[in-house]
Design a protein around this ligand. Structure first.
Ligand SMILES: Cc1ncc(C[n+]2csc(CCOP(=O)(O)OP(=O)(O)O)c2C)c(N)n1
Ligand SMILES: [Mg+2]
Length: 678
């Protein structure tokens, strides 16, 4: 189209913006503008990033961080601080600006200048561990909100255990249109509303813009009604009016329900032509628009410069909580549960943990139970839940199948948080994300159950646990065609391979009760990532009665050595180890010397030294046996190996029938070995 474009006419947000920017300048607005300016500068310099969200939510953030949020910049890890979660993580510059301006360690102006560059703590999206004030990694929309539900729940649980004098803080979430459109938000708000997590507040960046344009392109939902229906209190405010925002936050702090505050904002507030459009969502403003924005905001500083008086105000905000923290430290010092509080917050297991595991293993060795490994897991929990009080169990509505509940745990229920078991409901993604929040908060060790096949529904949160290296333990039962009649919708086939491919995750598939106890011990001791316990529905024979070393700790080991020079090595995990043992017996009767290797955890086995691995795997032909697809097995089997498993999906029939149908039998193993002997 030729001729000048009537920008104001094309973009109705600009008229609204003009009214907002005409409001009298206040110190508070200047503080918000410091956030905007840093976001503009950092994104310009990086030539990538998302200026729109920080510019839109700067006023809300300023109200929250200067008047309400409890924190002390001097100690960002203070256990009783409020948690702040930027669920719309693309707006990361908002968080980095806040951390820098309030004087928190780890985010210098130099770091902000290196936004999105290698080794800068100011990564594209906030990453847990990059600076102490970053509470969680966010970016996959909706998950931050679901993670925050776990943090808010952890607060309630610890307050019930240690009392209000040590644990009394809130959880604040910023979330955008995208977070609230994602399915996981449904699970998260449903759980939080039901459990009455009233110290959880969501500040919704209600700007009605996403990447493709107006939210009207894809949604007509009434978020206030949706949250109300889920048991939340709701408020709607002008997100550029600090008085309205403050009033709504005060309301939220008195509410007996979790609260949604829909903050009507203009994305990219200040940008002279692009404000209120998708054009400011995720790309630099460009020199002219950036200069225009700063002029419109009344900001006349060079890039990356905050005037002393504004910097001083922000610094003062960062020390607002100092006296509160000192008071808390005094209370902690004379608190009768001080040691226990410090232990659980540090994530250390109790001193008698080792003893409890030893006693359990002695019992297993003596009783030799022939049970499903899901039952073995329950046996482990019966022994360990009483000695590890920070263990918090739960299941996504499969308690009786996952066997995740043991006597005496008590239930977490709306308004009552002294129990140790959560009915997460049929919300796998929400459960796994909440478990991440529980782990990140600290003071509890979450474990949760579902069917192994439904890890598909929680995979995004498993991935986040892995990325953040959080100790979340998943009890995943019904682990193969061995579950039988429920059929291929419920039979995992590719799940072992796909989860083994995920970095930092320990996938454990124990073969009997002793291995289950060992794997549980390893999962509890693993503080640098999630553990998945992959367990059977069907009973398995006991294979181990030794009680010394935790043999699963090396990931794989020779369960039974050949009685002469090996002619073949059978390698299996979980339920198929027993099949390998049967095959070994048949072959032994024919005078063949066969070793059986149990391989419960590939990740740990891969970490062993070459010599150990070589000694376990041997030089004889190797046969891998697993009731799953063989993807990845070539790693252990080598070029001469054979894999006995599945080529495709399972079927609906009794387990024994399926094992025969798919040829996962000792006879098939014997045949494969004999073929290699000829
Ligand atoms: C699960 C997921 N899907 C897609 C994306 C890519 N993405 C990043 S931001 C965004 C739009 C978000 O819209 P909104 O939350 O309204 O953010 P705003 O533009 O208002 O800042 C999308 C689709 C993502 N980060 N996560
Ligand atoms: Mg939006």
């Amino acid at each position: 189209m030729a001729g000048p474009v009537d920008v104001a006419g094309d973009n109705p947000a600009l008229a609204e913006q003009a009214i907002i920017l005409a409001r009298p300048m206040t110190p508070e607005r200047q503080m918000a503008n410091a956030i905007r300016a840093l976001a503009i500068d950092a994104v310009e310099k990086a030539k990538s990033g998302h200026p729109g969200m920080p510019m839109g939510m700067a006023d809300v953030a300023t109200v929250l961080w200067t008047r309400f949020q409890k924190y002390d910049a001097a100690d960002p890890r203070w256990p009783d601080r409020d948690r702040f979660v930027l669920s719309n993580g693309h707006g990361s510059m908002l968080l980095y600006a806040l951390l820098h301006l309030t004087g928190q360690p780890g985010v210098s102006m130099e770091d902000i200048k290196n936004f999105r560059q290698l080794h800068s703590p100011c990564a594209g999206h906030p990453e847990f561990g990059e600076a102490p004030g970053i509470e969680t990694t966010t970016g996959p929309l909706g998950q931050g909100l679901a993670t925050a539900v776990g943090m808010a729940l952890a607060e309630r649980l610890l307050a019930a255990r240690f009392g209000k004098s040590l644990v009394d803080h809130r959880t604040w979430v910023m979330a955008g249109d995208g977070c609230l459109m994602e399915g996981v938000s449904h699970e998260a708000i449903g759980l939080a509303g039901h459990l009455k997590l009233n110290k959880l507040t969501v500040l919704f960046d209600d700007n009605a813009i996403t990447i493709d344009g107006s939210t009207g392109l894809s949604t007509t939902e009434d978020q206030l009604k949706r949250f109300t229906a889920a048991g939340w209190a709701v408020r709607k405010v002008d997100g550029h009016d600090p008085a309205q925002v403050a009033a709504a936050i005060s309301f939220a702090m008195r509410s007996t329900k979790p609260t949604l505050i829909a903050c009507k904002t203009i994305i990219g507030l200040g940008a002279p032509t692009k404000a209120g459009t998708a054009g400011v969502h995720g790309s630099p403003l460009g020199a002219a628009e950036a200069a225009g924005a700063k002029a419109a905001l009344g900001w006349h500083e060079p890039p990356f410069t905050v005037p002393a008086d504004i910097a001083e105000r922000w610094h003062a905000a960062g020390t607002r909580g100092a006296a509160t923290r000192r008071g808390w430290l005094k209370r902690l010092a004379r608190h009768p549960q001080r040691q226990e509080f410090e232990r659980v917050m540090a994530g250390k297991l109790p001193e008698n943990f080792h003893e409890a595991v030893s006693a359990l293993r002695a019992d297993i060795a003596a009783t030799k139970p022939k049970i499903a490994t899901r039952q073995s897991s329950q046996k482990v929990l019966e022994a360990l839940v009483p000695v590890v009080p920070e263990l918090l169990g739960g299941s996504a509505d499969l308690t009786g199948s996952n066997l995740t509940l043991v006597k005496g745990m008590g239930f977490v229920s709306p308004g009552s948080y002294a129990g140790r078991y959560v009915h997460y409901g049929i919300r796998e993604h929400g459960m796994a994300a909440a478990m991440n929040g529980l782990a990140l908060h600290g003071g509890v060790i979450p474990y949760g159950g579902t069917f192994f096949v439904f890890t598909d529904y929680m995979r995004p949160a498993l991935r986040m646990a892995a990325l953040m290296r959080q100790r979340a333990i998943h009890v995943l039962t019904h682990d193969s065609i061995g579950l039988g009649e429920d059929g291929p919708t419920h039979q995992p086939v590719e799940h072992l391979a796909s989860l083994r491919a995920m970095p930092n995750v320990a996938v454990f598939r124990p073969a009997d009760t002793m291995e289950t106890a060992e794997c549980w011990e390893l999962a509890l001791r693993k503080t640098d990532g999630p553990s998945l316990l992959v367990l059977t529905r069907q009973a398995l024979p006991p294979l181990r009665t030794d009680v010394g070393e935790n043999r699963c700790a090396r990931g794989g080991y020779v369960l039974t050595e050949a009685e002469g020079p090996r002619v073949a090595t059978l390698i299996a995990s979980g339920s198929e180890v027993a099949i390998a043992m049967e095959a070994r017996d048949i072959l032994a009767a024919d005078g063949h010397h066969i070793a059986v290797v149990s391989l419960p955890c590939w990740e740990l086995f891969a970490q062993q030294d070459d010599a150990y691995r070589a000694s376990v795997l041997g030089t004889a032909p190797r046969i891998g046996i697993e009731a799953a697809c063989g993807f990845g097995w070539e790693r252990w089997l080598g070029p001469d190996g054979a894999f006995i498993g599945l080529q495709g999906f399972g079927a609906s029939a009794p387990a024994e029938v399926l094992y025969k149908e798919f040829g996962i039998t000792s006879d098939a193993v014997v045949a494969a070995v004999k073929q290699r002997l000829d």
